[in-house]
Each structure stands twice: as C-alpha cells, then as structure tokens.
Design a protein around this ligand. Structure first.
Ligand code: HEM
Length: 312
C-alpha cells in the first residue's frame, strides 16, 4: 500500500496532540546526549561486514528521551522512552540505531500511525474516536498487550530494554544475508517502579539517576539481533516475529554526558535510514517515512533543510 500522508501532515497531527514547541524535536522532545563506545564481539562479523561491527572500538553518541513531544513532560508518568545511538565509522561517517521501549509499533503503515495520532487528539470525542480506530485497525489491539511493558515506569533509563522494531538486511563478506531486528539489553537487568513509588520521584528523575550512575561507573547495554524466520514480516513493525534466534553482537559502554553537541547551531539527527555498507534498510514503509518526517521536524526545530541527500 502506498503512503498517502505527507510529513507535513504528520507534523500537524503531532502538534495537535502534543502542542508545538519551537526549537524542540516534534516527538521525543525531552532528552539528553551521552557519550561512549561500542565494541562488537566475534559473532558480529559473521553476520554483517559493516565497519563498526569488525571488533574495533568505535565512538558512540547516545540520546535517551521521553517519547512525548512536550519538552516539559515529567519522568514519573508512563510514556514510551527512546534510546538513539549514533556510531562513528572509521571513515568519519556515522550510522544510527533508533529504538524505543515499546516491543511492537502501534500501526502497520505511516497512514495508520497518523490516523492514530488524529484519533488520540485530546477532546470530548477522543474515547469514541479511539474505539472506532481500534475496531478498524487490528494492529493497535494486537500490540496493546505486548506493549504493556512500555507503559510501566522504568527505575532507570539503564534498566529497560529498547527495540528498533524495523527489519534490516545484514550482509556478510561471503555474500550471505539475513534480515534482523535490533534489541538493546541493559547489563543492569530490567527493573521498574510502581506508579505509587513514582509519585515521590522528581520531575527529571531518570536523567538524575543516569547521571548519578555514570558518576560511579559506565552504563552498559548489549546489542542483540533477532534473526528473521522464513515467515517473519520484514515490512510490518507491528507484528511480532516467531523466530527466537538471537545473537549477541556487541557492547555499548556509556561513560558520561556529551556536553559539546547541540550548541551554536549544531544539529544532531538520529535517522534509522542512516545505514552503512553491510546493512540495508528493509522495504518497511514506516522506516522510510520516518526519515522524511524527521527531516521535517529538523526543518521546524532548526531551520535546516536536510535536502534530497538525507539521511547521509
Ligand atoms: C511513522 C512513524 C513515526 C513518526 C511519524 C515519528 C516521528 C518522530 C519525529 C518527528 C521525531 C523527532 C525527530 C527529530 O526532530 O530529530 C521522532 C523522534 C524519535 N523517534 Fe520517531 N516516529 C515514528 C516511528 C518511530 C519508531 C517506529 C521508533 C522506534 C523504533 C521511533 C523512535 C524515535 C526515537 C528514539 C526518537 C528520538 C531520536 C532522538 O533522540 O533524536 N519512532 N519521531
């Protein structure tokens, strides 16, 4: 199915839901940048020839965020959280992984997602609109149960898994290829707090917690890839894969706050379409639409047009 909705219409739907906040990302508006490194283990190179997966240690820029478009959103209420990672390749270019705490996406297409945003727009008719949307869009109902974890409040940004949801094709040096989905698994394990306990936590407790942890020691995540089975969809991020085959790819080590970036006109964009040799985007229409929507958000927040060459 071809995408009908435009990136501009997606921005309008987001702004109607979350408000327009000039200078901020349209979604995931509240977030902080951290620096660290990524080192792949020996299994990575057997699956992809990508330069950052050959075992050397490469620099990584990481942004943890609240999924809301409101930059003042408190940390102690439920919401999806984001973890975006930018790896610097040996030639100075970068490649990104953009992930969030939901295990499946709520829609199968960009049109479906924007329709969902419109249905969720606050107002008297919202429950009715959402009920109608749910009956017409089985993806939402299918994903609600499995995404319950994303509605819980993590004890820390460092104690919850993040999932990139889309399929990417990894090619190795011998000409073999396979589709994979990415999962970031916290070294500290998954830990949550109750809604009651969250009430006594501060407005920015997730950032405060992470900064305190980093004052003591690095925070680590393992990158795992799930390898698609024969019947697993490579174009629909709202459908779970049946394959349970997971391979550990490497370790992300976060060491501290990144204080140099995003000042004096510096613009950081995490774009899931920013891949590199050895990794290809699948035909998932949501994956492709995201790049266009992010460019529109970047234009609105910074005035910069990423141009026809985006995302590279
Ligand atoms: C059609 C579907 C989607 C739309 C329209 C959308 C829209 C947006 C927009 C406008 C931004 C702000 C971009 C910027 O200004 O740099 C954003 C950020 C983000 N999105 Fe999405 N998104 C979609 C799907 C997804 C999915 C499937 C994921 C996770 C797998 C995701 C994860 C994120 C993350 C982690 C960020 C924050 C990136 C950062 O820290 O800079 N989004 N999204």
């Amino acid at each position: 199915m071809n995408t009908v909705v435009t990136p501009g219409e997606a921005m309008d739907a987001i702004h109607d839901l979350e408000g327009a906040h000039p200078g901020f990302r349209a979604l995931h508006a509240k977030g902080s940048l951290y620096r660290g490194t990524f080192t792949a283990g020996s299994a990575a190179v057997t699956l992809s020839s990508a330069a950052h997966l050959d075992g050397r240690t490469v620099p990584a820029l990481v942004r943890f965020s609240n999924g809301s478009g409101d930059p003042t959103r408190a940390d102690n209420v439920p919401h999806v959280r984001g973890m975006a990672v930018k790896f610097t390749l040996p030639d100075g270019k970068t490649t990104d992984i953009s992930s969030q705490t939901a295990r499946l996406f709520t829609a199968s297409t960009p049109d479906g997602f924007v329709e969902f945003l419109r249905a969720a727009k606050p107002g008297l008719a919202t429950p009715l609109r959402l009920a109608k949307y749910a009956t017409q869009n089985p993806a939402l109902v299918r994903t609600l149960k499995v995404n319950a974890v994303a509605a819980k409040i993590p004890a820390s940004y460092a104690t919850i898994e993040y999932h990139a949801l889309h399929a990417f094709r990894w090619s190795d040096a011998s000409g073999g290829s396979r589709f994979v989905r990415y999962h970031w698994v916290p070294e500290a394990g998954e830990h949550f707090i109750s809604l009651l306990a969250a009430r006594s936590k501060g407005h920015d407790f997730l950032n405060d917690d992470l900064d305190a942890r980093l004052g003591e020691a690095p925070v680590r995540f393992t990158l795992q890839v799930q390898i698609a089975g024969l019947d697993d969809s490579t174009v629909d991020p709202s459908v779970a894969w049946t394959s349970e085959e997971r391979v550990t790819i490497g370790t992300l080590e976060i060491v501290g706050l990144e204080t140099e970036r995003e000042h004096d006109g510096d613009v950081v964009v995490f774009d899931p379409m920013r891949v590199t040799a050895g990794i290809e985007a699948s035909d998932d229409p949501i994956l492709h639409f995201r790049s266009l929507a992010y460019s529109e958000s970047v234009r609105l927040r910074s005035g910069i047009s990423r141009g026809p060459d985006a995302p590279n």
